[in-house]
Structures are given as C-alpha cells and as structure tokens.
Design a protein around this ligand. Structure first.
Ligand code: NAP
Length: 278
C-alpha cells in the first residue's frame, strides 16, 4: 500500500441551493479540478432557506474556499457577505462566493455566462425581449444592458412582476402574449416552458411569429433543442441553447475559485453526456 496514492483534498468548494438533486455543477467543477491537477473537492450542500444562516456560519468557521449559490438563495445570501462585486450589487443577486484578503465576496457570473454566447457571435441586439420575470430574467436584463442593447423589454404573464423587474433593471414591461408585436432582434426564453417533463413541447413564443435574422436564446437546456429553438430554427432564426449559459457561468466561477481555466468544450460534452444528450 502506498500512502501517496490516497487522495487528500486540500480545499473544499461546493454549491448551496434547494433542491440540488439535479445540479450539474459538481460534475464540471470536480472534473476541471482533476484535469488541472488540483487536489480540491466540490460538493453539493442542499440547504433550505431556514438553514441558510447556519450554513453561512459554517462557511466562516470551516475551511470552505468558495461556493456556487443557486435557487432559492441568490438574494438572501447577500446579507451574509463582507463585500459585493459591483455587478452583483447592480443585479441584486449572488451566484458565487469566494474569499479575497480574508473577506467573503459575493459575485455574479450568471450575467457574463448569459452573455458569453452572444459575445462569441459578436451579437449586440438593438431590441431584445426577455420572456419571464424571475431570477434568470434579472441576470439576462442586466447582461443586455451591459452589452449595450438600447431597447430592452421584459414580457411576463404577470404584468405586475414584469413592471417591477422592468423598473429595477431599466427595461420596459410588456405582456407575454403581445411579445411577438415587438419584432425583437433577440428573444430570450427565461420561463421554464419547454423543460423536460410536463412542460416539454411548450413554447412561450408562437411558431408563426419567428422571422429569419432573429436570434432565439433559450435558457432551458434539457432538452437541448426545445420547442422554442426548433420553431425559431425552422423559420430561419438563429438558435442559442441554454447550455452555453450554464457552462459560461461555471467557467467564470472556476476562474474565481482557482485562477485557472475550465475547458469549456469539455464541460459542455460532460453535461451533454450526463443528461443523456449524446
Ligand atoms: P423563476 O424565478 O421561477 O421564474 C420563472 C418565470 O417564468 C416567472 O416569470 C414565471 O411566471 C414564468 N413562468 C412560469 N411558468 C410559466 C408559464 N406556464 N407560462 C408563462 N410564464 C411562466 O425561474 P428562473 O430561475 O428565472 O429560471 C427560469 C428558467 O431558466 C428555468 O427553466 C431555469 O431552468 C432556466 N435557467 C437556466 C440557466 C442556465 O444556466 N442555462 C440559469 C438559470 C435559469 P410567474 O412568476 O407568474 O410564475
């Protein structure tokens, strides 16, 4: 027996959220640690809202080097940090915690993760509409404002929620059913419509409304080709799938955690394989 063969992690990372059964973050982060030769470990820490205070006390006493944060803690965790990055403060949501000079910093990599496929394609839409007014829509609106999109709309079935989010993020509120009237260059699906399960096969945007030249960006990534993207593609619009955002935010988190690079193409393939997407 050779003691040198025993894996002894020197740093602990993880993800907090609830429920976490579906999280793909441990997969991509542990793989990237291994490939970078880093003896670190990344675990899932499922915690309900009532357990957040206790968990965050643990983060300050145990050697936790960094965390990903997901639903439902992205806003509540802000009260537990020593510092927020400008972006996290502006968006009003944190999805990444890391230590800097002994201070716990809250950052948001969802915004740049969302923008990464648009930046890769050199797309700066003039007019964009985000469908849905939840947490993900918030990151999309903040990202599009940062990108320089001049006409920003948020369309949701609950007009009160659309108005509140529009006001917060400097966008205009719109009705979900009326979204096609905008003829936006970019249409983002930030609702769960189209997700595997009961809502699979549904789309928040009518098939007949798509035009060539538009860009359809679906945040849903399981299935990879949703009804929303299939309809858009059939009409000659460009389709951007939600895996790009997931991988984009993970790559940026990995950089915050380690200073190194996660192989984006490999992470994408790993997630595809884990989801049985070939
Ligand atoms: P959320 O906070 O629950 O918000 C969902 C939004 O969709 C709300 O505005 C909700 O309206 C609306 N909605 C729900 N069911 C609807 C329906 N049947 N018809 C019309 N609108 C409906 O969720 P979220 O965190 O923003 O996530 C939204 C989607 O993005 C999810 O599918 C999530 O998996 C995906 N996502 C992907 C990534 C990625 O990395 N690719 C990251 C984050 C999120 P009400 O408020 O009226 O219910």
């Amino acid at each position: 027996m050779d003691a040198r063969e025993v894996f002894i992690p020197s740093r602990l990372f993880g993800i907090i959220g609830h429920p976490l059964g579906h999280s793909l973050s441990p997969l991509v982060h542990n793989d990237a640690f291994r490939r970078a030769g880093l003896p670190y470990v990344y675990m899932a820490f499922p915690v309900e809202p009532s357990g957040l205070d206790g968990l965050m006390a643990g983060v300050r006493t145990l050697p936790v080097s960094g965390l990903s944060v997901t639903i439902p803690h992205k806003t509540a965790v802000m009260a537990h940090v020593d510092e927020l990055t400008d972006l996290a403060g502006r968006v009003g949501a944190v999805n990444t915690l890391f230590w800097e000079n002994g201070r716990l910093v809250g950052d948001n990599t969802d915004v740049e993760g969302f923008l990464s496929p648009l930046r890769e394609r050199g797309l700066v839409p003039e007019r964009a509409v985000v469908l849905g007014a939840g947490g993900a829509a918030k990151a999309c609106l903040a990202g599009l404002a940062q990108l320089g999109t001049r006409e920003l709309y948020v369309a949701a079935r609950d007009k009160g929620k659309a108005r509140a989010l529009a006001e917060e993020q400097g966008a205009r509120a719109w009705g979900l059913a009326e979204a096609p009237e905008l003829g936006a260059d970019l249409v983002v699906n930030a609702t769960p419509l189209g997700m595997k399960g009961e809502r699979e096969g549904l789309s928040p945007y009518p098939a007949a409304a798509w035009r060539p030249g538009q860009v359809a960006y679906d945040l849903v990534y399981n299935p990879l080709t949703t009804r929303f993207l299939a309809d858009a593609g059939a009409a000659g619009a460009t389709a951007v799938d939600g895996l790009s955002m997931f991988v984009g935010q993970a790559v940026l988190q990995f950089r915050r955690f380690t200073g190194g690079d996660m192989d984006q193409a490999r992470a994408r393939e790993l997630v595809r394989s884990a989801l049985g997407l070939g």
